[in-house]
Every structure is written in C-alpha cells, then in structure tokens.
Ligand binder design. Sequence first.
Ligand code: ADP
Ligand code: MG
Length: 327
Amino acid sequence: MAEFDLIDLIRARCEVGRADVRLGIGDDAAVLAVPAGHELAVSTDTLVAGVHFPAATRADDLGWKALAVNLSDLAAMGATPAWALLALTLPAAERSLVEGFAIGFAELAAQHRVALVGGDTTRGPLAVSVVVHGFVPPGRALRRDGAQVGDLVFVTGTLGDAAAGLRCLDPRDVQAHALFHAPADAREWLLARLNRPMPRIAAGIALREFATACIDVSDGLCADLGHVAKRSDVGIEVDASRLPASSALLALFDEADRVALQASGGDDYELAFTAPPAREAELQRDLARLGCGATRIGRVVAGSGVRLQDNAGTEIALYRRGWEHFA
Ligand code: ADP
Ligand code: MG
C-alpha cells in the first residue's frame, strides 16, 4: 500500500463532522477554530512497541489506547476534547494493521466527538504519537500545583487492573501460569483495562468544580501523586488499605501483590485529585452519578513526597514507585 492510500484509509475511518474544523486532513496544515471564550489545552503522548505495549497487541486495541492515553491527559486538565493529530511510524505499509488501528482509534474518537485533523506517516519501528486538543473555560483548567495542606486525596475507579493484565501476558512471571488458568472473565476484565482504558473525560469536567489539583494515573499512583506533591509543595499520605480494587484484582492477587500493583503498577488512566474535606459529599455524589465513583485514599500534609502507609501508620516500601523511562 502507498503512503497516501494509508492516509485515505485512516481518514475514511475517522470521519467526525465538526464545524470548528475549517480544514482537516489533506492540506499542509489543519485550520481550526477555537470557540470564543475558551482556552485551548494541548497534549501529546507516544506509544513505542515493546516499551508501552507488547509487540503482540492487537491493532485495534493499539489504536484505541493511543488516543485513550492522550484523552486521559485532557481529562486530567478538565478539558473537553475536540481535535487530534496522529503520527504513525510503521515498519511496513501493511493494510490490515492500519485498518485495525484506524477502527480502534475511530471507535474511541467517535465516543468523544474527536476529529482527526492531520498527522504524519513514516517508516520505522512501530510507534504511535498522538496530539490532542481540548477546550477549557478561561482559568479553569485543573492543574498539579493547587493541592493545599488539609485537602483529601481521591482516585476514580479502581487501581492496578492494567498492570495485573500485563502480568497475565508475561510468560516469565512466576504467577503467569496460575493467572492463565484464572477464571476467564477475571482475566478478560484485566486485559480490557490494559488494552482499552476509558479516559475519565466527564469526571475531569465535573472536577473543575471541586478539585484543587488533579493528575491522571499513568506511571503509577505514588509516582504520579509525587508530581502533585512536588508541584504543590506539599506532602501526601496514602492509606494502602483504602486503595480501590476491582473484584478481578481481589480474586487473583494476594494483598501484598495487590498493593504493589495498585500503588505503582501504572497504566490505570484514572484521575487522582485533591479537594477540601467540605466538598467531599458533593463530589462523591456527582462522580457516582457519572458512573465512575471516587474513593478517598489519603490526605495532603505539610512536608514533601508521597508516603504509602498501612492501617497502623507504618510506611510501606515499594520496590518500584512507578514507571520511569530513563531510570
Ligand atoms: P506534508 O508532507 O505536507 O507534511 P503529508 O504528505 O505528510 O503532508 O500528509 C498529507 C496530509 O495527510 C496532511 O494533511 C497530513 O496532516 C495528513 N496525514 C498524514 N499522515 C496522517 C495520519 N497518520 N493520520 C492522519 N492524517 C495524516
Ligand atoms: Mg509529512
């Protein structure tokens, strides 16, 4: 397949009509109209084969995830997604790969009315870069630097599922054999959380009313809360026993493994945020209404860094706090 046939294939799959796209795929640049009275939130994330996803990942799952991890960044800012750019690096112009990729990407893009407005297609080791753009009311973006001493710390959904899903796929994992024979629905659930993360867009928008700081959990809860602590110049205490677990995680892992997966596993794409105690009931109610719920997992204290502790207040040491590329 020629480069331009691949681009046509992607364009045909990812058609989303938006009046604010004055000029989409096909010219030297897209021309886009930011709605009056809004600020633009912009973010980019890259997925590299063998680093961010196993080489055997299905093309449609990869397409979904490449957009999902980017939309998750917009969710963490409280932004409403609008446009995306896609830079694809492919080892070969393989139709089935590109078609599968476009199907998964388009499926999620349609859910959030995201228009694919351009990109780049090059040859090389499989990698995907996406740029996303979203809108926020002026001055209302959620940031990492607003956590206040006395705030409570919350997280949406459940933690550790994606990291557990990855372990189900790892033949070197001592537990992999047992996991492979685990109930199919539990395994499927964990793998879906790994391959098809659901960016918490609606929750992020709702949190503009409540959160003092917000981040999406991509590298691992403690590592990501560490960014909030540092940018806000505070400390954060996390209660290990309060970390939310799915029934699949509870069924397949013992407590020590579970806490490690939840606190440092990563790839969760949930939102971790801080809010004043006086807003707790209201925010819990609003997020429950959106179907993701939020769990209170800790508190903001004077000091620095993130401390994971058990019920007795004893610090739990983590072998690895989170994913870091150049560690
Ligand atoms: P240029 O050489 O001017 O950068 P290209 O030949 O790379 O343009 O791309 C032609 C058009 O197709 C441009 O509008 C570009 O944005 C779009 N495009 C290229 N690759 C992709 C892709 N993977 N996804 C979406 N649009 C793409
Ligand atoms: Mg180009």
